[in-house]
Design a protein around this ligand. Structure first.
Ligand SMILES: NC(=O)c1ccc[n+]([C@@H]2O[C@H](COP(=O)([O-])OP(=O)(O)OC[C@H]3O[C@@H](n4cnc5c(N)ncnc54)[C@H](O)[C@@H]3O)[C@@H](O)[C@H]2O)c1
Length: 291
């Protein structure tokens, strides 16, 4: 191909356009809501979307999401918005979608990412760390009900502007199960069912629904000292032994996944490049197989 020198007019356009403009994913100016965007996978997703020119809304109970927005704006030159949101409350989920539409006029993509994990045993012979109704309700309230509330509010907004994409962040444990994490795994399995069901309901109406199921990753806020202590206890091992297990021979690629690797997958799935991927949950686990 012969490359002609740019005209004066083209040059000035090139100078003023940010580096990401016209990127392969075509996410420029898309309005993306990332729940749990203040930390971990959610924050990595915000970075990936902002780097690709999208307008990013961080919805989180953690108010450090506001400073994350400032950094994203500074580093990528995109519009951002922080909305303090507890996704387990219907009023917050509805308010989130309303505030996004009020600010940007639309809501194109929802990343249903916020989640918690409190390891507990079904029956603890010591009676110390047994799965209680309170902990079950708390995990389900955020991991399952929160995802449904946000999807419903976001889907209503998407339908008003012709469609959109919902990406649910599940977990490999949703299919595989996990010792000491039955409440968490059950919630993540629910996301498989919600992904497939919403895809059947919403596809013809222009809303694409997909899921992502990460395996073992580099540390995030989820892997807190309390979490490690609870999980080691539930498995009857020391915290040191638990930590050694993060680099397990069960991962054929020989290492935990990077947050950026999950975020790149999420950004791809949310883009029009993935326009025929619908109603499925993509596993990202370095080849770690399910039994
Ligand atoms: N880290 C992993 O290895 C891993 C593996 C598989 C799946 N996941 C899933 O990825 C998602 C993100 O987890 P992470 O590892 O990045 O954890 P993280 O703790 O680093 O981030 C979770 C974010 O969700 C927010 N949050 C919690 N409760 C909320 C609520 N009620 N309303 C709004 N925000 C809330 C937190 O403040 C935090 O910013 C979760 O759904 C988790 O289950 C994580």
């Amino acid at each position: 191909m012969i490359r002609r020198p740019a005209t004066k007019e083209q040059e000035s356009v090139l100078e003023t356009r940010p580096a990401h403009a016209g990127g392969w994913l075509g996410l420029d100016d898309r309005v993306v809501v990332v729940t749990g965007g203040a930390s971990g996978i959610g924050h990595a997703c915000c970075e990936a979307f902002a780097a690709n020119g999208a307008r990013v809304v961080v919805a989180d109970v953690d108010v450090t999401g506001a400073s994350a927005c400032v950094r994203l704006r500074r580093d990528h030159g995109v519009e951002t918005l922080f909305l303090r949101t507890d996704i387990s409350l219907a009023s917050d989920a509805a308010g989130l979608a309303e505030a996004v539409v009020a600010r940007f006029g639309r809501l194109d993509i929802l990343i249903n990412n916020a989640g918690i994990n409190i390891p507990r045993l079904l029956v603890d012979p010591q009676g110390e760390r047994e799965l209680s109704e309170t902990i079950w309700d708390r995990m389900m309230g955020i991991n399952v009900k929160g995802a449904y509330l946000c999807a419903q509010a976001a889907a209503r907004a998407m339908l008003a502007t012709g469609g959109g994409v919902i990406v649910n962040i599940s977990s490999e444990s949703g299919l595989e199960g996990s010792e000491g994490q039955s409440g968490y795994s059950a919630g993540k399995a629910a996301l498989y069912g919600m992904t497939r069901s919403w895809a059947k309901e919403m596809g013809r109406r222009g809303v694409r629904v997909v899921g992502v199921a990460p395996g073992i990753l580099e540390a995030t806020g989820l892997r807190s000292p309390a979490y490690e202590d609870d999980l080691a206890y539930a498995r009857g091992i020391s915290v040191e032994k638990l930590r050694k297990g993060y680099v397990t021979s069960a991962i054929p690629l020989g290492r935990p996944g990077r947050l950026s690797e999950v975020a790149d997958l999420v950004a791809f799935l949310a883009s029009d490049r993935a326009s025929y991927i619908h109603g499925t949950v993509v596993n990202i686990s370095g080849g770690k197989s399910r039994e």
